[in-house]
Ligand binder design. Structure first.
Ligand SMILES: Cc1ncc(COP(=O)(O)O)c(C=O)c1O
Length: 347
């Protein structure tokens, strides 16, 4: 079989040769003691890129979000989040299970935003002892389940105004914040300015093998570092991983534009196929969500048929699928995937 075109996720990316070299050569120390020079360099770089005072390196995006939520909220506090938020759907209920944090969902709009009227209506009266205390608003940029939708600096400023009106904090799950920045042609810091805390991943489109960062004020990051330790995420000679993260931040951000172009190519090709429901105009970054509108073919059959032709996509419930473009896939791979779809849908 020809090479596999794996569109299941941008987490399947492998480290670049430059990352492997940097990992091999990294200066190391005990990071729990604050003595790994490479981790320290990555944390300083991440904080600078996101316009925050400090950052802490953690093993995963899930731990980054959890450390942030635990730093903002005490047991019984409420965090407002989208009903399609990664923190709500895909993190094993960790904020509730580990932190006793009460998630309050409001509907995600198709563009990844929360309607700020809905958010305001969900904020509890702090003087009523029947209620949990609202502490936090969680936003996500780009929004995974909303097809990589981008939140703008203007929306973030409006969310900030609502949060300030009620003394709430904002956490931004920025797992793919650099995809948003590249799509909008702005500095990532313009998207994080209005958030008190931000998490972002090195191991998705940026192609590093492991790791995420939590960014915020020096005091906030001190709290998050304690939470990381409590969650078992204090790593020792973690510079071997951070070295790849530095290469990711220094060399892999601008190229995300290629992934966006490829996602658009894929979306336009898929939209032309009979039985596929997809509006290519909705595709802003590297995630393409579409639906199968056929009675004679199940999503599971289509996934299997495509896999047999060397193309991997994810079925995400109901009739829907997700395809994600990333480093390692080029326009020819997208065309190969489109051919496989064409044959599978014709068969
Ligand atoms: C928006 C978002 N947040 C958080 C995460 C969690 O990252 P990790 O898989 O590193 O735990 C993901 C992973 O796909 C994600 O898409």
């Amino acid at each position: 079989m020809d090479r596999i075109v794996d569109l299941r996720s941008d987490t399947v990316t492998l480290p670049t040769p430059a990352m492997r070299q940097a990992m091999f050569e990294a200066d190391l120390g005990d990071d729990v003691m604050g003595e790994d020079p490479t981790v320290n360099r990555l944390e300083a770089l991440a904080a600078q890129r996101l316009g925050k005072e400090a950052a802490v390196f953690v093993p995963s995006g899930t731990m980054a979000n959890l450390a942030c939520l635990l730093s903002h909220c005490a047991r019984g506090d409420e965090a407002i989040m989208g009903d399609l938020a990664h923190t709500f759907l895909f993190e094993a209920g960790s904020s509730a299970a580990v932190g006793g944090i009460h998630p309050r969902t409001v509907p995600n709009q198709p563009d990844g935003t929360l309607d700020l009227g809905d958010v305001e209506a969900a904020i509890r009266d702090p003087n009523n002892p029947h209620y949990p205390r609202t502490r936090l608003i969680c936003l996500e940029n780009t929004h995974n389940r909303c097809g990589g939708a981008v939140l703008t600096p203007a929306y973030m400023a409006q969310a900030r105004a609502v949060a300030d009106g009620y003394g709430l904090a904002i956490h931004l799950d920025g797992a793919r914040i650099f995809n948003a920045a590249v799509a909008l042609g702005v500095d990532a810091s313009a998207l994080t300015r209005d958030a008190d805390s931000v998490s972002f991943c090195l191991s998705k489109g940026l192609s590093a093998p492991v790791g995420s960062l939590v960014c915020g004020s020096a005091e906030f990051v001190r709290q998050a570092r304690r939470q990381r330790k409590m969650l078992g995420g204090g790593m020792r000679q973690a510079g071997v991983l951070a070295a790849a993260g530095i290469v990711a931040l220094e060399t892999m951000v601008e190229r995300l534009a290629e992934d966006h172009t490829n996602a658009r190519r894929l979306a336009e090709g898929l939209a032309r196929l009979p039985g596929i429901d997809l509006d290519p105009a909705r595709v802003q970054t590297n995630i393409v969500i579409f639906a199968l509108e056929r009675d004679d073919l199940t999503p599971r059959q289509l996934v299997a048929d495509l896999a047999a032709r060397g193309v991997k996509v994810g079925a995400i419930g109901g009739q829907r699928f997700r395809a994600v473009t990333h480093y390692g896939l080029d326009a020819a791979d997208i065309d190969r995937a489109l051919e496989a779809f064409q044959v599978a849908l014709a068969g």
